[in-house]
Design a protein around this ligand. Structure first.
Ligand code: GLU
Length: 422
């Protein structure tokens, strides 16, 4: 993401907040109390590279709001990370966690680095260095990081170990998304994509009585897109199109998500899958005449420009912010249901919460139980937003995004009022 894009992300985040504050009838003071993060830590991370040089990296941890509990949110390693992006994403975590009824505030971390060009040793040094910079400000009851873009269970393990070395406290609950042997869950891998599929299924039930036989197009075939495709296929939907950064494929009879995945793993892209009827572009995929569209790749792919050509009746945001605020308003007024990112992609952090609870009670929750709890919560929060949307707002005038953000912001404001902060 370029600097202008990350600036835009922050402005969009502020715009969404302002709209929710206005819908709820709160004052400008409330908006100002919610807008700024409570703390932003900037860390300088010198790493001795394999060639002997010392390279300096820069990273941040933004702690946006702690009214509902310790800050919670992932850490991303990406060459285009900026402080503004991290702040915007930490604000989104506040709403996502509040909406999912988790006992957490919102936080986010990031390091400006391309992790793919680092050796394993360099990556470990960087991960430990980042933890050295933030360890005084985090902890199982303070701020609990997790994986995000380009960070992995291994990176979480190094960070947890560094925390132990620095504090002498071997606390598994200081970080989530860990390897299974260190208190993590295998279910974590499927969590976000599975959550997207469950949110799609519940919305489809409300709209058509079920997801069975409904056609689906998915943009992006990474972890989220693939598992959303796999589970929707298992739920009886017909996945007619998928894509990745190199393009997409279409088959009116439906694609087999696992076969497509195998081709992508082997050749690098879904476009090499031979049993598809035709190849399509990413733009064409978005405009297909399907029931359900899942943008699970990057932000701002559905804008004012292409919104008039979108034919899907249900859009489920698997990525962060794929539908711009203007397109959201336009499509919602046309009757398109858009399940917003903070709801649709909550599966990851819901799974993190289950892991954190399990770590604190000494390891008691099975994978089956974790998966069941994850599904139950995704169903419950999707229905809660739907209910709030229909009982407190006006669908057609207000979008499902308005409902989700209003519900989340209301919870945070009420928590702040109870604490005497507002
Ligand atoms: N990075 C994920 C998210 O943005 C998960 C965060 C977490 O588990 O704390 O939702």
């Amino acid at each position: 993401m370029s600097f202008t894009d990350s600036r835009r992300l922050l402005l969009e985040a502020e715009k969404i907040l302002r709209r929710a504050v206005e819908l709820l009838g709160y004052s400008e003071d409330v908006y100002n109390a919610l807008r700024l993060p409570e703390r932003v830590i900037q860390v300088k991370i010198p790493v001795r590279m394999d060639d002997g040089r010392v390279k300096v990296f820069i990273g941040w941890r933004s702690q946006h709001n702690s009214a509902l509990g310790p800050y919670k949110g992932g850490i991303r390693f990406h060459p285009a990370v900026t402080m503004e992006e991290v702040i915007a994403l930490s604000m989104m975590m506040t709403w996502k966690n509040a909406l999912a009824e988790l006992p957490y505030g919102g936080g986010k971390g990031g390091v400006k680095v391309d992790p793919h060009v680092l050796s394993k040793r360099e990556l470990e040094e960087l991960s430990r260095g980042y933890m050295r910079g933030i360890y005084k400000y985090i902890g199982p009851d303070t701020d609990i990081p997790a994986p995000d873009v380009y960070t992995s269970p291994q990176i979480m393990a190094w960070m947890m170990d560094e925390y132990y070395r620095l504090t002498g406290e071997n606390k598994l609950g200081v970080i989530t998304g860990k390897p299974k042997l260190l208190g993590g869950f295998e279910t974590r891998i499927i969590a976000t994509g599975f959550g997207v599929a469950v949110a799609a299924r519940e919305a489809a039930k409300k709209m058509w009585g079920g997801v069975e036989g409904r056609t689906v197009a998915i943009q992006g075939y990474g972890n989220v897109g693939y598992y959303a495709a796999k589970f929707l296929h298992e739920m009886g939907a017909t996945v007619v199109a998928v894509s990745d950064s190199r393009g997409g494929i279409y088959s009116s009879k439906g694609l087999n998500p696992d076969e497509v995945k195998q081709v992508k793993s082997k050749t690098g892209s879904v476009i090499n899958y031979e049993n598809a009827e035709k190849r399509i572009t990413n733009e064409e995929l978005l405009e297909l005449d399907v029931d359900i569209l899942i943008p699970a790749a990057i932000e701002y792919v559905i804008t004012e420009e292409n919104a008039p050509r979108i034919k899907a009746k249900l859009i489920v945001e698997g990525a962060n912010g794929p539908v711009t605020a203007a397109a959201d308003e336009y499509l919602s007024q046309r009757g398109v249901v858009i399940v917003p990112d903070i709801l649709a992609s909550a599966g990851g952090v819901i799974m993190s919460h289950i892991e954190w609870v399990d770590n604190r009670i000494g390891g008691w929750i099975s994978e089956e139980e974790a998966r069941r709890k994850l599904e139950e919560k995704m169903v419950r929060i999707t229905l809660a937003v739907w209910e709030f949307w229909h009982s407190k707002l006006e669908p057609g005038k207000h979008s499902m995004r308005d409902a989700a953000y209003s519900l989340a912001v209301k919870r945070v404001v009420e928590a702040m009022q109870l604490r005497g902060l507002l």
